[in-house]
Structure formats: C-alpha cells, structure tokens
Write a protein that binds this ligand. Structure first.
Ligand SMILES: Nc1ncnc2c1ncn2[C@@H]1O[C@H](COP(=O)(O)OP(=O)(O)OP(=O)(O)O)[C@@H](O)[C@H]1O
Ligand SMILES: [K+]
Ligand SMILES: [Mg+2]
Length: 675
C-alpha cells in the first residue's frame, strides 16, 4: 500500500465536511453520549432562540442564538475529526476495491479446465493461473513455481517467488502471475478473502470499539452524567438563594464541564492509530491487537531472519577426523541435492564457487529426507542403502552414535569455533561416520543493539528463540543485545515460553511465518504473521506484515504505545481544560444574578455573557486544534511508563489548565468588542 500513501488531500477534507453534517443524525450521535449531550443542548438553545420565554428565561435572543450556534459548531468539529480520521482509510479502500474486479478463473475439474467467474470459486477449488493472469482468489500453490507481482496489495514492486510446499506457498487473490504458471488450491470462500478483509479493515466498516476505548468511554459518560445531575439540580439551590439561573447559561456550564475535547477526539485517535499501523504496511485484524501491542511486556523473536539477515550461507567446508576436503564437500552436496531450503541451496552454490565437483548419479533414485525443525537434519537415503545426513551438530552426533559410530575428537573444537563466531555449524555424516562441518554464516542486522536498548528502556523484555545450538545462540544474543535466549528450541517451545510469560501476567508479542508457528502466533497476545508466510500462520495471527519484515514488531509496539499515550494525554488535557473553563464560567453565572460576585472574576473577563461565550468558543475550537495531534499521535520516547506518566501529566495536565486560561482570555478580548 505504500505507493498509495496519501496525506490529507483536499478530497478527504471536503468529504469529511459533508460527513460532519451527516453524522448530526441523532441515531448516529447517540453512540457518543458526550457529544450527544452537546447536540441536545444545541436543540434546546435553538428552541429558546425562537421561544425565548419558554422557561421563564431572561437571556436575550441573540445570546441564545449564539450559544446554540457555538454548540452546533462544537458537534460538527467532533464529527469532522472522526470523518477526517476515517477518510484516509476510505480512500485506501477505494483503490483496493479496484484490485478486486471480477475475472475469469481457469478452474480445474478432473482433467478439464473450465472458465468460471472468480466470484464462484469456493474453498477447495483448484485453479490454474498462467503468465499475465490475475490470481482469482486466496490460496496455496500446490504445483509449480511462479513469480508474482503483489504490488496491488503490498505496494512492493519487486516480484516474489511463490512455489508449492514450504513457507512461500500462499498467494493472495488480486495479485498477478508475471512468469510461469501455478496450480492453486483456493482457501477462502467469496467475501472472506484477504482483500475483502483488508478493504473492510481500512474502511473501518467493521471497526469495533476496543475494550480500552469502551472502558474510557464508560468513565467519560459517567462523568458526563454526574455533571448533568449537578447542573440540573443547580437551579433548585439557586432558587432558595433567590438566584435565577437561565437555561442557556446552565447548558453552557454543562458543555464546558463535560469532557467534550476527548469525547470529540476519542474515536479519531483510535482510527488514526489503526491507520498508522496500516500506513506502515501492517494489517491489524482489530484495534484491540494494536492496543495490546502498546501494552506488551515481552517480545519473542526468531534469530534467523529477524535478528540476523537470515540468508545463512555455506561459506566453508571444514573436514574433521582427518577426512579429505573434497570428500566432505561431495557428501555435503549429495545431502543437499534436493534440499530446497536456502541453507541447502547455498551448499551447492559453495561447491560451484570452489569449483568442486560431485557425482550426481550417487543421489539418483535416492529418497529425499526433508529438513524438519524437529529432527534438525536433512539428507537422502541412497539406493544402495547408505544414509547421508547433514544437520545440527548435536543431532548428527546422536544419530551417528545410534548406529554405533564414534565422534571425531576435533569435531567439537571446530564447531565451537564456528558457533562462537555467531555462525551455524552443520555436521555432515554418512551412516556412522562424520566427515566434517559446513560453516553457515549469518550476520546480525545493523542497528539491532540500539533497538533492543530502546525496548529495555520501555520496560520490554526481549527473548530470542532459535533452533540453533546454545553457543551460536549466545554469541548472536550478545551481539544483538537481547535480554534472554532459548537455544535448540523446537516450535512447541515457543508456545511454552509464551505460556510461561503469560502465566506471570505478561502480554506477549511474537512474529512468525511457518505453519508450525501458527499455534504460537495464536497463543501470543500480539501475533504478527509475514505476508510471505503460510495461510495457517496468517490466519492464526492478529496482524499481517505485508512487507514480511519480522523486525517490524518493534515499530508496531511503538505505534501501539503511542496510541495509548495519545489517548491518555488528550484525556488528561481534556479534563484539566474543563477545570479551567469552570473557573471562567462559574463567576460569570453568578454575576448575572449578583453583581457583587464580580470579585470572583479572577480572569478579568469583559462581561458575564462575554465570559460564557468565550469559554464555549474555546471549548469548540480546541477540538479542531487538536485534530493534528490526535491523528499524528503524541511524540513518543522510549522511556519507562512511570517516567512517561509523570512527563505527560506535567505537559498535558498542567498545560491543560494553563492553555484555556490564556485561550479564553484572548477570545474574550475579541468577543468583548461586541458583547
Ligand atoms: N537445510 C537444513 N538441513 C539440515 N539442517 C539444517 C537445515 N537448516 C537448518 N538446519 C539445522 O537445524 C537447526 C534448526 O533450524 P531452524 O530453521 O528450525 O531454526 P533456526 O532457523 O536456527 O532458528 P530460528 O529461525 O528460530 O532463529 C539449525 O540451527 C541448523 O543447525
Ligand atoms: K468541555
Ligand atoms: Mg528458521
């Protein structure tokens, strides 16, 4: 989506203005109780503009009309804030919808290929997609290999290779095959595709309030109710004191007291937070996931591909036990002829680079043994009965001993040397004999140390999980600066770590892409699947990273934190604001009845009516003034939550009290020219 990244265009603003009026519909407004109260206030004061004496009031018609109009504008500003936040997503949804045109699919039925509209495809159908054609639905490649242009979805123009089997088999409907052809098994029914979900996500059609948002809304609504009771009962007390307080003045007081600033911006903050994640090319399946990201205590990271570049490349053959270089290389190659993992392919590439040859016929007719994270080995069972394996040193040692073999004395020394340099040693064996090691090199991505340092300052613990041996793991962990690591971990160990952390009451995030990551992704509070990953991983996760950059988890956490902070900061600001407005309006209210109360006019505002109008104008203006902050989020610094809280209380709490005094005073200077 990156190429469609749009700033706030004129079209979005124009549309938001229209939306602001449409949202005045009371059936819509009532969902936001705070602003609904303001709307009711608008209706009552408008009524009093036409029937000024209705409640025995003395306020002049122009005053009633002015209050009424300011209240209308206040509601419009709040609606506008929400509409602007929604606007960007809607624009994105529109361009995605263009991707989702109906096309003809080549459905494979038995031995024949039938052309059917893509909308008629169901889960389990098999389709053939040829060069130049669009993939008609989400699915898994079951045959063939093709390069696919996914730019419509990811915004990334470089084509990606999709092939059957393994972790790069999932394809997304709406993307285009640019070379070769593939057979795809459809994995989603109409209306439930990735693109459909993406559209409704960015459009906010299915936006549900998050638990945090609901909780805050409840508090703010209760506060509104309390102020409503206070204000409604005020005239009765006034009556005993022989002070008549007019209805428009009461309404003005109420609107100033209730938290309209946050009430007007709350949903915009939530939408903008989701949008920031989307702009970042991460699809969050719910706002809840984004918020959870902001509260994360522990992040589980993969070593290979997340902390390191992950292109573990064979860089050296190291024979042990007096074996010959060329013999080791030959067995290493034979164990890799059918190993399609990057590691396996790199062994053959190293052979080419070193101009070494091997007898391919030895492998022919053999039975390939695929690499599995459980066994940590791969290889081939030859026709003549010999078994060739390469794999984690520890696993190979065990495998060889089981067949009565012995471990050469210099194996450990050499493998430790590789591991302590951060590399991965793979041992190569045939039956009960170990020939030597393959040195797989990998490098820690630059900047990792700083990132983990930031995480630490935010109070987040980082745990690196790797299938690699403890020595390699320790070296990389130290180099990258993670807090903890787990070596020789199998996929189920990831779940165990997540459960252990969760049992301590912590929120855990993790990234993954493989089918075997799916359970852990589901177990984690925030699971981010790579878009290149398998369908299972994407379905289990609550976020999908379209760029498939696992280290992005760090930024997602930062965005989540920023969302929570923005909401907290603006709530503090809003409530502090209301306190200031109270002091502006209360003296004015009594001054209308008892001129001696003028001593209370500490702000030296022009006149009681000017004071009330100024407070209301400020109350309305602060909403659009804060829209940019609500959309952009408050500035984020990686410091501990306690320090953050103190800092924000100072800025937004104290600021929230001071700003309105100054603001109302300035507005009053202008308003008093007329009033
Ligand atoms: N193609 C392969 N053939 C044989 N052994 C392999 C192959 N790829 C990896 N191994 C061995 O298996 C171990 C586990 O690999 P796996 O990919 O599960 O974990 P990892 O990539 O090291 O860890 P992570 O990706 O979680 O950081 C590796 O450390 C290596 O020793
Ligand atoms: K208010
Ligand atoms: Mg791996």
């Amino acid at each position: 989506m990156s190429q469609k990244r749009s700033a706030l265009s004129g079209a979005i603003i124009n549309n938001a203005i229209k939306e602001a009026f449409l949202k005045l519909d009371p059936r819509v407004m009532v969902r936001n109780p705070i602003m609904f109260v303001v709307e009711v206030g608008f209706v009552i004061t408008l009524f009093l503009t036409f029937v000024p004496g209705a409640f025995d009031g003395n306020t002049p018609v122009w005053f009633n009309l002015t209050v009424s109009l300011i209240l209308l504008v206040t509601v419009l500003f709040a609606n506008f804030a929400e509409a602007v936040a929604e606007g960007r997503g809607k624009a994105q949804a529109d361009s995605l919808k263009k991707t989702k045109k109906e096309i003809l699919a080549n459905k494979v039925v038995g031995n024949v290929v039938k052309q059917v509209p893509s909308t008629e495809l169901r889960k389990g159908d098999i389709v053939l997609v040829k060069q130049g054609e669009s993939i008609p639905g989400d699915g898994e490649v079951i045959e063939g290999l093709a390069s696919v242009d996914e730019s419509a979805i990811t915004g990334e123009s470089a084509p990606v290779i999709k092939e059957a089997g393994g972790d790069f088999s999932s394809v997304t409907g709406g993307t285009r095959v640019i070379s070769d052809q593939i057979k795809v098994r459809i994995t989603s029914d109409p209306g439930e595709s990735f693109l459909d979900r993406m559209i409704s996500l960015v459009e906010g059609a299915k936006r549900q309030k998050t638990p945090n948002e609901i909780a805050l809304n409840t508090v703010l609504t209760s506060l509104t109710l309390i102020f409503l009771i206070v204000v409604v009962t005020l005239p009765f007390f006034g009556h005993y004191l022989n002070i008549e307080i007019d209805v428009p003045v009461l309404i003005a007081l109420l609107v100033c007291l209730i938290p309209t600033t946050i009430g007007g911006l709350l949903s915009a903050i939530g939408i903008a937070g989701m949008d920031r994640v989307t702009q970042f090319n991460v699809l969050a399946m719910s706002g809840k996931a984004v918020e959870a990201a902001g509260d994360i205590n522990t992040i589980i990271l993969d070593k290979t591909g997340t902390i390191t570049y992950g292109n573990r490349m064979a860089s050296e053959f190291i024979p042990v036990g007096g074996e010959k270089d060329a013999v080791l290389a030959e067995w290493a190659a034979i164990s890799s002829v059918k190993d399609e993992t990057p590691e396996g392919r790199s062994v053959l590439e190293l052979m080419k680079k070193q101009v070494l040859r091997y007898d391919e016929s030895i492998a022919s007719g053999g039975e390939f043994v695929e690499f599995k994270a459980e066994t940590r080995m791969s290889g081939i069972d030859l026709k003549d009965g010999r078994k060739v394996r390469k794999g984690a040193v520890d696993s190979i040692k065990k495998w060889v001993s089981q067949q009565g073999g012995t471990v050469p004395a210099d194996l450990d020394r050499n493998s430790d040397r590789i591991a302590s340099a951060g590399g991965t040693p793979l041992a190569v064996a045939v039956d009960n004999r170990i020939y030597g090691l393959i040195y797989l090199k990998d490098t820690v991505k630059p900047g990792m140390h700083e990132r983990f340092e930031q995480m630490r300052q935010m109070g987040i613990k980082t745990i690196m999980c790797t299938g690699d041996n403890p020595l390699t793991a320790a070296t990389i962990a130290r180099e990258a600066g993670v807090d903890d690591f787990i070596a020789e971990s199998k996929p189920e160990d990831k779940i165990a770590v997540i459960r252990r952390e969760q049992a301590e009451g912590k929120l855990v995030a993790m990234t993954g892409d493989g089918t075997n990551d799916a359970p852990a992704l589901a177990q984690a509070d925030v699971g981010i699947a790579m878009n290149t990953g398998t369908v299972a991983a994407k379905e289990a996760a609550n976020m999908v990273d379209l760029d498939s950059d696992p280290s992005k988890i760090i930024e997602v956490v930062a965005i989540g934190k920023q969302l929570l902070m923005t909401r907290g900061a603006l709530t503090t600001f809003s409530i502090a604001n209301d306190i200031a407005k109270y002091f502006a309006i209360l003296p004015a209210m009594f001054m209308i009845a008892i001129p001696q109360m003028a001593v209370l006019n500490i702000m030296k505002l022009g006149s009681p009516m000017s004071a009330i109008i100024s407070a209301l104008i400020f109350n309305a203006l602060i909403i659009p003034l804060l829209i940019p902050l609500a959309m952009k989020g408050v500035a984020y610094r990686p410091i501990s939550s306690a320090r953050l809280l103190r800092r924000n209380l100072l800025i937004y709490g104290l600021g929230g009290i001071i700003v309105p005094f100054a603001g109302i005073k300035v507005v009053d200077l202008v308003v008093h020219l007329w009033v």
